[in-house]
Every structure is written in structure tokens, then in C-alpha cells.
Design a protein around this ligand. Structure first.
Ligand code: NDP
Length: 228
């Protein structure tokens, strides 16, 4: 579980822990959440990713479910966006999934089973002004997941995407009131989502009940991106 120290990642980690699973979270800053095994890891650094997998495997055994949730925004209009604004967001949100999936799939291929779940965003499907770097990274996750689903399916490894809409976390709290209002006007359920609602979708995709689902994009967005 990457980005498991706060927000959606923490809610997912807690959900698995409550179900009795062995959970390992990566955190970049601060402390690991209380009661959960944590490994410090910046997902943009491949050496740290490799080290995190070593520590997690030594502590808890092979990774059976990978949830990649670490992510960031650096919102600005294209004309003001520096190349670094673009590449940093893509590295953190998209290339990190490549690093994580590559490390996790090694043991999953050996075990001939596994679940990879990537957290994208509804905005990747309908676009968002000022977020071209972010939406490109999140749309990239969908193509990445679908290709992996084809590469790994014969080994009983499923690869799926959960696509949250606006969800009550620090990331959403960073938006202005005007931005929040504009987004919520597009949500049929007319409210912001809760991190626990995203966690429930992830738990389903990791469960035995979802054994015949791969390459899917599961929206948890109050209907905002339906039809996309
Ligand atoms: P938060 O901003 O609350 O948390 C972001 C998490 O990502 C933190 O754990 C943060 O760690 C971690 N992170 C960021 N950069 C790195 C890095 N380089 N290395 C390791 N960890 C990193 O975000 P949310 O919980 O809201 O978002 C979780 C995921 O859900 C993200 O991928 C986001 O894009 C996606 N999402 C969120 C939506 C929302 O409305 N909230 C909507 C749609 C998608 P640290 O604490 O150390 O900074």
C-alpha cells in the first residue's frame, strides 16, 4: 500500500487491517500510522522502492495485493506549467506505479496469483483545466493497468483501476471553495466522497469475489464521470 499514511491510502490500509490482513504501508514523510507496519519510501526513487519491498517481504512474506495510491497535484494552466511541474507529477503518479508493479509482480508471478490495484481519478476521464499534468498521469495509469492485465492475466494476477471523484482528504481540502462547488455541480449524488467509500471498492477488487475482473476501471465518483 503506497501513500498509506493519510487520506485515501490510510483508509484503504485500515480497511484491510480491520479485515485481518497483514498490511504494510509506505510513507514518505512523518511517522507510519499507529498500529500499521510502515516503511519509509519515496515512490519516485527506485532504490527506495526496491528496499521497501525487501523490508516488507522480510517482515510479512511476499506481497499478494499491491495498492498504489501515492499521488500529488501541482495544478496550473499549461502556459504557466514548467516542465518540472509536469514531469514531477507524472513521475510521482504514473512512473511510481511502474516501479511498484514491477517489484510486486516478481513475487506474484512466482506465486501464480496476485492483485494490483491502481488509484487513478475521475478527472482523467473528463479532463480538468489546470490539471493537464495530473490528468495525463492518471489516464496513463489506465493504459498501464490494461496492458499489465493482458501480460499477467494467464498467471492469475488481476490488474484494476479505481477512479475516485472528489474525496474528502487533504488533496480536496487544498481546492478553493469555488473549485469545490464547480466540481460538485457535476456530481449526480451531489456530495463529496469519503475515503472509506474508495477503500470499499479497493477491498472488493482485492477479494476472491473479484477473481474474474481485470483491466477494469471502477468509478467511485458519485456518478460524475459516468459514460466515460
Ligand atoms: P493526500 O494528498 O491526502 O495524500 C497523498 C499521499 O501520497 C500521502 O500519503 C503522500 O505522502 C503520498 N505521496 C505523495 N508523493 C509521494 C512520493 N513521492 N512518495 C511517496 N508517497 C508520496 O491525497 P489523497 O489521499 O486524496 O489521494 C490518494 C490518491 O487518490 C492519489 O493518487 C490521488 O491522486 C487520488 N485521488 C484523490 C482524489 C481526492 O479528491 N482526494 C480524487 C481522485 C483521485 P506524504 O504524507 O509523505 O506526503
Amino acid at each position: 500500500m503506497t501513500g498509506g499514511n493519510r487520506g485515501i491510502g490510510l483508509a484503504i490500509a485500515q480497511r484491510f487491517a480491520e479485515a485481518g490482513d497483514h498490511v504494510a504501508v509506505t510513507y514518505r514523510t512523518g511517522e507510519p500510522p499507529q498500529g500499521l507496519f510502515g516503511v519509509q519510501c519515496d515512490v519516485t526513487d527506485n532504490a527506495q522502492v526496491e528496499q521497501a519491498f525487501k523490508e516488507i517481504t522480510a517482515h510479512q512474506g511476499p506481497v499478494e495485493v499491491l495498492v498504489s495510491s501515492a499521488g500529488m497535484t501541482r495544478d496550473t494552466l499549461l502556459m504557466r506549467m514548467t516542465e518540472e511541474d509536469c514531469t514531477t507529477v507524472i513521475d510521482t503518479n504514473l512512473t511510481s506505479a511502474y516501479r511498484m508493479a514491477k517489484a510486486a509482480s516478481r513475487t506474484m508471478l512466482r506465486a501464480r496469483k496476485g492483485r494490483i490495484i491502481l488509484i487513478a481519478s475521475a478527472s482523467a476521464l473528463y479532463g480538468a483545466p489546470g490539471q493537464s499534468n495530473y490528468t495525463a498521469s492518471k489516464a496513463g495509469l489506465i493504459g498501464f493497468a490494461r496492458s499489465l492485465a493482458r501480460e499477467l492475466g494467464s498467471r492469475n494476477i488481476t490488474v484494476n483501476v479505481v477512479s475516485p471523484g472528489l474525496t474528502e482528504t487533504d488533496m480536496a481540502r487544498a481546492l478553493s471553495d469555488d473549485q469545490r462547488t464547480a466540481i460538485l455541480q457535476q456530481v449526480p449524488l451531489a456530495r463529496i466522497g469519503q475515503a472509506q467509500e474508495v477503500a470499499a471498492a479497493v477491498a472488493f477488487l482485492a477479494s476472491d469475489d473479484a477473481g474474474y475482473i481485470t483491466g477494469a476501471v471502477l468509478p467511485v465518483d458519485g456518478g460524475a464521470a459516468m459514460g466515460h
